[in-house]
Ligand binder design. Sequence first.
Ligand SMILES: [Zn+2]
Length: 129
Amino acid sequence: MEEVEGVEKELTERDDEVNTLDAKRDEALKEFDASIAAHNKEFKTETGHRETAFATLPERLAAIYNRLAQRSRDGIAVAEVVNGSCSACYVLLRPQVQVNVKKGDEIITCENCTRIMYIRGRESEAAAS
Ligand SMILES: [Zn+2]
């Protein structure tokens, strides 16, 4: 009997502590929910941007893009050419391939990872450096 009383007394004493922890947990959960909501909103916005951009693609390019995006492990169908190499798989592109990517009048894919290659224009290169 005495033992029960002791436990009850301790529970009463620790009531505030428990309440504080409960409040902290609720607050953390609330923050977490808010963070998820914010991310969901951003995801929705970015998905919208993607769809808008996608609608402007020529049909053939859109088809290639979709096929590559589904096939690639990370879902990324394009890769930038950096210092003559594919930035996704780091394979060095043949000089003629680099020239063709620069010209930009046809779709060039990486011979190794098959991602669509793109190269930044001179203006954006200058802006980046
Ligand atoms: Zn590659």
